[in-house]
Write a protein that binds this ligand. Structure first.
Ligand SMILES: [Zn+2]
Ligand SMILES: [Zn+2]
Length: 121
């Protein structure tokens, strides 16, 4: 299950992926890249093969939406926003601050980057 937590890079609360969802995301991208290489490249005689129907950004946006139930990435958004999912991983953002509740930013952080409270555990 995703958890809505503050993202330090996006500077807003976003749905963060758990490890199972992250694994699905990676598998999806791997699958897409493989497909893209086959379909988006040229054949032996140099003819360009058809591109996949969806762009990678659209594939990522659809996946993110399927997890949380609403469009996380607006249509026509910047490339960067669609790829924000790359850093929305629960295991990489550290535990929540005991004082303000924001993630500590990295799993090894020793204090909160926002309010300065030392890590509780
Ligand atoms: Zn973010
Ligand atoms: Zn804090």
């Amino acid at each position: 299950m995703t958890q809505d937590l503050y993202c330090w890079r996006c500077k807003r609360v976003v749905p963060m992926l758990d490890e199972a969802e992250w694994a699905r995301y990676l598998a999806l991208i791997e699958d897409y890249v493989g497909k893209y290489k086959r379909e988006g490249s040229r054949d032996a005689s140099g003819r360009r093969l058809p591109q996949p129907a969806k762009s990678r950004v659209e594939v990522v946006a659809d996946f993110y939406e399927s997890l949380v139930g609403y469009p996380v990435v607006e249509p026509g958004c910047s490339f960067f926003e669609a790829y924000a999912i790359d850093h929305h991983r629960l295991s990489q953002i550290g535990p929540p601050c005991a004082h303000c509740g924001k993630p500590l930013r990295t799993p090894r952080a020793s204090f909160c980057a926002d309010c300065g409270t030392p890590r509780a555990n």
